[in-house]
Ligand binder design. Sequence first.
Ligand code: DQQ
Length: 495
Amino acid sequence: MAMNLLAKARAYEEEYGRLISDLERPSYHISPTVGWLNDPNGFSYYDGKYHLFYQYNPYSTQWDTMHWGHLVSEDLLHWKRLPAALAPDQEYDCAGVFSGSGLMAPDGRHLLMYTGVQIVDRPDGGREDRQVQCLAFGDGTDYVKYENNPVITPEMLPEGGSTVDFRDPKIFRDEEEGCYYAVVGSCTREEGGNVALFRSRDIFHWEFVSILDRSEQRYGYMWECPDYFRIDDTDIILISPMKLSAEGLEFHCGNNAAYLTGNYDREKHTFERKGIFSLDYGIDFYAPQTMTAPDGRRIMIAWMQTPETRHSQPAGIKWFGQLTVPRELTVKEGRLLQRPIRELEACRRGRVFYRDVLLNGHAGLAGLKGRCVDMTLRVRPAGRSLYRLFSVRIAADDRHYTSISYRPGDSMLSFDRSFSGLNHYIVSDRDVHVGYREGEIKIRILIDRFSVEAFVNDGEQALTFTIYTPQEADGIFFETDGAALLDVEKYDMVL
Ligand code: DQQ
């Protein structure tokens, strides 16, 4: 059975993946070989290459029994598709090979740690998931599951730990201690989501250490896809909390992606939280995962969709689900900054540059159009009076546009994709407060065929959303209420 499911998935993606032309896909964002993609998994550097796996159902564009798809790259930019890495072919993972992480094992093999899901009988006669943490080892292409899986079971959690919601191990090595830790997403009925910490000396035998942080019924009932890392002197935990209630403009209702800042006490294994913030103020961003590049950069990548928008698919699409561009993370004044990886700049072609363009009303500029674009806008008041509104419309034609608008009077940035061609009744607009700089704002916008990622004021905030506007809609226009000066630097992205 073991070989069959993986061999079947590999044969399927080989046969049907080739039927999808490059033009039907995003140009510089990752999409599945065929079928469905969700969370990034196993993001790691192994044997001189970046490896990136993803939650994968090759057989349809809907979420179903999860496999792991696989890509490899030397520069985080050009990705080569490899055959599917894991299939749900064991008793303990037959209902899905859920999310997890990757690392080089002590013996030099590539180690994947993932959640195995099985459906079991409940004492009351019902059926429910049972989620356990498992290992697989490989050479960078082929992986074999560990014969003594699972290595972490929910019974190792303190009393009240869920056997149903216990998933997404992120493994990391503590060089000083010479051991391994894994953070795992979990929850209790009383407190909601939490992050559980486990430790191992040899990666095979694990012990529960502590609960690092918890929702206390304020930030969602379950925390998925946790990650932990330290940048400068700040400890950061990433979480994907499920079913949050909106809080101001920071969190929206439903599934969010958030980060916790604070201090991790390495002796007591406690985390003292200082802040909790949204990771992305757009609509389609979930389940991020990070890795450390060989040069020390902390790089994050995320699923560019959320569970809520998973059914809003254009008719006839042969793939569904994209990943964001990899983003470099740094910390400034206790907050994360996110910038697209610098490697992306190698794709820039055909520079168009304008300085000090006086805008007052509606304007288009020669050379500004495109659906695979990296464009930076700098806007500021023209003279002493403050403009009331600046707006850029992208992916525009006479029926469609997607807009990003800034109102300096109340430091509000808004985007709206209502006219991007999707005919589903889904959330299409969002507002976010941005830092006030005397009416100045800088926005870097990455447009790909099916998405927009905006980075505000050098990465202080990011907003990500998908668009399925017809590709012919490639106009870029500006609109102001009041006079403003604009600098534009725009490149076509050619991979
Ligand atoms: N997706 C995976 C889970 C994870 C969720 C299943 C987050 O492991 O918790 O496809 O999107």
